[in-house]
Design a protein around this ligand. Structure first.
Ligand code: ADP
Ligand code: MG
Length: 394
């Protein structure tokens, strides 16, 4: 077990460097479009306020190339001011004398948000000297940024090697939820995998094959699996370099007696038609391109969801951004939300799909990680988690 923020004693007056993932969508006017990632870190921040620590927040936003005003964290400081009971300050740098002065002026329970850490190239380069400069600002490092825990950067990884450290409460919740689901799954365990990135999800699927009972494959990746099983897919997207992997996954699954479900009907467009109108079909032939699962498939998948005791979902079941092709994703999201099973949703697009339907409150674990969530399931840990000290056993 990793040491958590709750294992840290005597926090009163200590400067805690809290790495968070405030990588939220912001429009041109500085308006935050989705504050979920900020809200999810509030328990850790509030705990530290309660313990009378001085809290220095470190985060990245986007992939800036040096300083870019549009990637400033200033709009996030404004949100924090509304959400937190104590004073919130903003530092327009992340290192140096000015920041040190600001920290020296902080009272217990105050919060200071540093400017976007990726304005400094030392961050992504995992520069040890840069990490040391940051480490100098505080007494203890706490990592609550699950979403970037697969990336070895200066303030996610290097810093943990040079100062006392712990994980935050959000990180703890994500680790416990995902580990439990993989190490002690409740059966029947149904995994639903959709989306587009077949190749990057192969290892993830192999890992889930070990523990799941049923694997549902849908979304754009389904057509690669259909080709691997000998079905015709018309002109639907097929990732040619992944057909062999898909065949391996199917063979392993069948040899282990696992149930694999692929879509049996589809919503598609005819590539050459003058008027592009979605049609339902069982057989994808000629110039048909499939963009969503059909009504029979939705029914079949819902039946599996109904009988499951644990469900893990990653990847939309169709091109859900397009209103004509969002039905499958919407229906399956609702079915998962309404099921009595232990439910986990992970992956950038899957989480936004759940939010679009407005059912995130009914999901047991909405894993914020995107790529980090998939990587955690593959390896059962992440580099920036491994580097944190273990709890001291008394
Ligand atoms: P996640 O971020 O949840 O891991 P991915 O990034 O793998 O999911 O995939 C999401 C993308 O897959 C979305 O942009 C969606 O439009 C696309 N997609 C899903 N099904 C289809 C399909 N049948 N045809 C085209 N695009 C699809
Ligand atoms: Mg995605």
């Amino acid at each position: 077990m990793k040491r958590t923020v709750k294992d840290l004693a005597n926090l009163k007056g200590k400067v805690v460097l809290l790495r968070v993932d405030f990588n939220v969508p912001i429009d041109e006017n500085g308006k935050i479009l989705d504050a979920t990632r900020i809200v999810q870190t509030l328990p850790t921040i509030k705990y530290l306020i309660e313990k009378q620590a001085k809290i220095v927040l470190i985060s990245h936003l986007g992939r800036p190339n040096g300083y870019e005003i549009r990637k400033s964290l200033w709009p996030i400081a404004l949100v924090l001011m509304r959400l937190l009971p104590t004073r919130v300050y903003f530092a327009n740098k992340a290192v140096g004398k000015e920041v040190e002065d600001q920290i020296n002026n902080m009272k217990n329970g105050d919060v200071l948000l540093l400017e976007n850490i990726r304005f400094y190239e030392g961050e992504t380069n995992c520069d040890l000297n840069f990490a040391k400069e940051i480490a100098k600002l505080g007494d203890v490092f706490v990592n609550d940024a699950f979403g970037v825990a697969h990336r070895e950067h200066a303030t996610t990884y290097a810093i943990a090697r040079i100062m006392p450290n712990a994980i935050g409460l959000l990180m703890e919740k994500e680790i416990e939820g995902l580990s439990g689901a993989i190490k002690e799954p409740k059966h029947p365990f149904v995994v639903i995998i959709g989306g587009a990135k077949v190749k990057s999800k192969i290892k993830f699927m192999m890992k889930l094959l070990e523990v799941a009972d049923t694997i549902i494959i849908a979304g754009a990746m389904a057509y690669t699996f259909m080709v691997a099983s000998g079905f015709s897919v018309g002109q639907s997207v097929v990732y040619d370099d992944s057909v062999e992997y898909a065949r391996d996954i199917l063979n392993i699954a069948y040899s282990q007696g696992k149930k694999i479900l692929l879509p049996t009907d589809h919503i598609c467009l005819r590539e050459n038609a003058k008027k592009k109108k979605p049609i339902v079909t069982k057989d994808l032939v000629d110039d048909m391109v499939a963009y969503d699962i059909g009504p029979k498939t939705i029914k079949m998948f819902k039946e599996e969801i109904k009988n499951a005791k644990q469900i893990l979902w990653n990847g939309p079941l169709g091109k859900y951004e397009d209103a004509r092709f969002c039905e499958g994703t919407k229906e399956i999201a609702k079915a998962i939300a309404n099921s009595k099973a232990y439910t986990i949703v992970g992956g950038g697009d899957s989480v936004s799909a759940v939010k679009k339907v407005g059912c995130e409150d009914k999901i047991d674990l909405v894993s914020t990680g995107g790529g980090a969530t998939l990587k955690f399931i593959e390896d059962e840990t992440l580099p920036c988690i491994s580097v944190i000290q273990e709890k001291i056993k008394l």
